[in-house]
Design a protein around this ligand. Sequence first.
Ligand code: PEP
Ligand code: MG
Length: 557
Amino acid sequence: MSARYQGIGVSPGTAVGPVARVQGPSLPARDGRAVDVAEETARAEEALDAVAEELAALADRAGASGAVLTRQARMSRDPSLGALVLQFVRTGRTAPRAAWEAFGAYRDMRESDPLRGAPDAAELDDVRDRVVARLLGEAPPSIPDPGTPFVLVARDLSPAVTASLDASRVLALVTERGGPTSHTAVLAKALGIPAVVGCPGVAALAGGQRVAVDGDAGVVTADPDAELVGALARRRGAAERLADAAPDGPGRTRDGRSVPLLAAVGGKGDVDDALAAGAEGVGVFRTEFCFLDRAQPPTVAEQASAYREVFDAFAGRPVTVRTLDVGADKPVSFVRLGDQPNPALGVRGLRVARRHPQLLDDQLAAIARAARESSADVRVMAPMVATTAEAAWFATRARAAGVGTTGVMVEIPAAALRAGDLLQVVDFVSVGSNDLAQYAFATDREDGELADLLDPWQPAFLDLVATVLRAGAMASRAVTVCGEAASDPWLAAVLVGLGAAGLSMAPRSIPVVRAALAQVTSQQCADAAAAVLSADGPEEGRARAAQILAPGANVIN
Ligand code: PEP
Ligand code: MG
C-alpha cells in the first residue's frame, strides 16, 4: 500500500516525480581517541571563518534571501559560538565532533538569551552542517542533481541551500519541518511550484522513490497508483487551463465588477514579478523586509530611497506601505524586544512604537518624503492594531508626518469586531488574513502541527472577515483583503462575495485569481459567500463553493 504523508499545502499545484534529498554531512563519531588540541582548534577556527565567508559571498548574489544569509554568516562568526567549539575541543573532541556539539550548546544558550533570542533552527542547522561537512572533508549541504526533474525533499530548506536551486528542475518542494510562512513556503510561492511543509515522516522517503505531491491538500503519497496519478494530472490540467484563460487587464468578475488585484511586496526585489503579473498596485509593502539584516535602524534617507524604488515602479497607482512589523516571527537586530513570554502576543507591530516612538516617526517621515518625490498614490497603514485609540494615535502621527491617506490592518479579532469604529478615525482598513486567522484560532502561524485550524475556509475566520467588510460597506469605504487567503482563487471569489473591494496577494497568484474571477459573476460570488458562511467546516465550505463557482470543475481541493 502507498504510504501517505499529511503536511501543510503552502503552494498550490500537483506534481509526480522521483525524490531527491538534500544531503547533510555524516554525524561525526565520538571516537574517544586523544586529540591534538592545538591542531583541532586551528581546524575548527578555520572552518568557522571559511563558512562565514562562503555565506557572505552567497548573500552578495542572493537578492531577496541575502538578509538571511548575512545573518547566517554572522552566526558563524559569533565569538560565543567559536568559544563553545574550542571548549568542546579542549575536552577531547575532534574538531567535527566539537563543532557538532557546540552548535547544540549554542542553540540552548541563545534560547535563554533575553536580548538576542533563539536563532532560526533551519538557519543554524545549515551553518552547522556546512562547518561539520568542511571539517569532515565532505561536500557542503547541497541539492543533488539526479539528471531528471525531481521532487526536492529535506528536513528543512535553508536559503543557503536554495540559493543554488535550479527552479526549472524542481517539480515540487517537501519539507518535514516548517510552517505556512517558512522560507520554503515563501520560496515555493515565488517560484510557482507546489510545496508541502510540516510533513512528518517524509524523512523515510528514499532518493529516487516516486512520489505524488498535492500542494493544495498538503499530501505526499509514496509510490502513487495510476488512479491517483491520473486524478492529479486532471487537476493540473484544469488549473493550467484556468491560468491560460487568464485575461489581461484589471481584475473583474464576468459581469464586470471591478476587483483590483494588488501585489504583496517586500521591496524592490519583488517589483518585477508584480509588474509582470499585472498587479494594479501594491496592497501591502512589508517594509521590514527591506531591513531584516540591519544591525542599526536605517536612517530616514536610507528608508526614503528604499521606498522610492517601489513607489517609482508603480507611478500613478496605489501603493499601501505598511510600517515596520517587527517582532514575533520577524525579529530584527536593530530593535531588541527582550525576552517576552509569548512574542506573538507581546510587543510587535505598532506596539513597538510604544517603546520606540522615534522609530515610527522616522519611518513616517521617510514614507512622506518618498511619496512627495514620486507620483505613486501612497497610503500608509499600521500592523497589529487592537483598538480604536491605537488607530487614532497612529493616524495622528502619520498625518503630522505628512502622509495623506492613513489606515490600519485588521489582524486582531478585537479590531475586526470594532472595524466600524476604526473607520471613524482612519481613512481605510485592510484585513490581514494571516494574523487574523492566527489570533482568531489561538494558533501560532508557525506551528505546522495545528495548520488545519489556520485554514482560511474556516467559517469562524470568514465570519470575522465578513464583519469587517460589512463595516466597510456601512461606512461606504472600500476594504481590501491581504494575506494568504486572497491567493486561493476560489476563496478570492468568496471574499468578493463578502464585499472585498480589492485583493492583495503574492505576485505569482495574481494571474490565476484574475482568471478565476473572470469566470464567475458577482451573484455567484455572493451565493458562494453565503453558502460558505453557513457551512459546518472548511471542507463543507469548499465543496459548497465549488458547486456554485465551478460546477463540473475539479480545481477546488
Ligand atoms: C497578514 O497578517 O495577513 C499580513 C498580510 O501580514 P504578515 O503576513 O506580514 O504578518
Ligand atoms: Mg500580519
